[in-house]
Design a protein around this ligand. Structure first.
Ligand code: ATP
Ligand code: MG
Length: 330
């Protein structure tokens, strides 16, 4: 569930810097702001904060997902159209750009904007005017464009999917949101924040993460970033009755990934004594196989043929095992 408290939670230096930069950008006259970050890092949240802290805050914040609107409708969605501009245009329609006048427009997944519309957007950024579909005259408008992407736009420029001139134009004021795994203990700070919120929302009293879960959270690479963390905790609030977040609440995917990142698998004594393998024998032996394979791969510079020879199995068998063990690079 989205959080509209409009606060970017975090204490890591990169987040503090980002908070400072967001403030300055919000209050600046910048017409465009580019937000870059992996999926779930908080691009939508940052966009709303930039709007909320700007002098445009009491005007519209129009949120457009460029990937969600079909390309053939996008131009009239953005710029509106005159009556009779095309079949079905029975009335004049105001576009989203005009609706956002004096406010902000959030263009999420900007990379998905078609090349012809990229050109029209650039012209709008240069002249502060645009043309409704089917119109003769230009319409003046004053909006701030906040664009977001989870793709490295420069590679998209090189691949011919994104206009170079628009890229440089957007790049002038860019906010980079680091992935969660690079924010040190912020994963714990954010967990606290979400647990407090879900305690209120679900009328619960979960005290926090157990020490083992803290360890797991600090090691796990969070490919889905803050959203993944938020969803995981919410699921635990819904499905579990304990008053603390425990390792057995963790999905296998997380436990497996974290364990694969260990230097060694737990010893037999540890395994039998501890809770390292909640699912027992098969899980523990699979982990040992993973470790053997990972070792052979790294010793041979990830040469499958040589790694297989080292393990005295065929290349085919190695590949088969890696798929079964859900190992990367199979
Ligand atoms: N630093 C943060 N503090 C508090 N909440 C956060 C923070 N970062 C992200 N969130 C929350 O995590 C969720 C995901 O964030 P958001 O939707 O902004 O990510 P996104 O980068 O736009 O993701 P996507 O690329 O999938 O569109 C939201 O509920 C958001 O409120
Ligand atoms: Mg988003």
């Amino acid at each position: 569930m989205a959080d509209y408290s409009n606060r970017l939670i975090g204490e890591h230096e990169s987040i503090r810097n980002l908070q400072g930069l967001m403030d300055r950008v919000a209050k600046s006259p910048a017409r465009t702001v580019l937000i870059y970050g992996e999926t779930g890092t908080g691009k939508g949240l940052v966009a709303r904060i930039v709007h909320a802290k700007s002098s445009r805050a009491n005007k519209e914040f129009v949120d457009i997902n460029c990937a969600a609107i079909p390309a053939n409708l996008m131009e009239s969605e953005l710029f509106g159209h005159e009556k009779g501009a095309f079949t079905g245009a029975v009335e004049r329609k105001i576009g989203l750009v005009e609706a956002a006048n004096h406010g902000s427009i959030f263009l999420d997944e900007i990379r998905e904007l078609e090349l012809t519309l990229q050109a029209k957007l650039l012209s709008l950024l240069d002249t502060y005017q645009f043309r409704r579909v089917g119109a003769v005259r230009m319409t003046p408008v004053d909006v701030r464009f906040i664009a977001a992407t989870n793709k490295v736009l420069l590679s998209e420029v090189k691949a011919g999917n994104f206009r170079e001139d628009l890229y440089y134009r957007l790049q002038v004021v860019a906010l980079n949101i680091p992935p969660l795994r690079e924010r040190g203990e912020d994963v714990l700070v954010l967990s606290r924040h979400f647990i407090d919120r879900f305690n209120r929302q679900y009328d619960r009293n979960i005290s926090g993460l157990s020490p083992e879960v803290r360890e797991i959270f600090l090691k796990y690479p969070w490919p889905g970033n803050v959203r993944e963390l938020e969803n995981l905790l919410e699921r635990i609030f819904i499905l579990e009755d304990d008053d603390e977040v425990l390792p057995r609440h963790m999905p296998d995917r997380i436990l497996r990934t974290v364990r694969a990142g260990r230097d060694t698998v737990p010893s037999v004594e540890e395994t039998i004594a501890g809770s390292a393998y909640p699912h027992g024998f098969h899980e523990a032996t699979a982990d040992f196989q993973r470790e053997l394979i990972a070792h052979a791969l790294s010793a041979t510079g990830h040469n499958m043929q040589e790694a297989a020879a080292m393990l005295k199995i065929s290349r085919h068998a190695l590949r088969h095992q890696m798929i079964k063990l859900e190992m990367r690079g199979a």
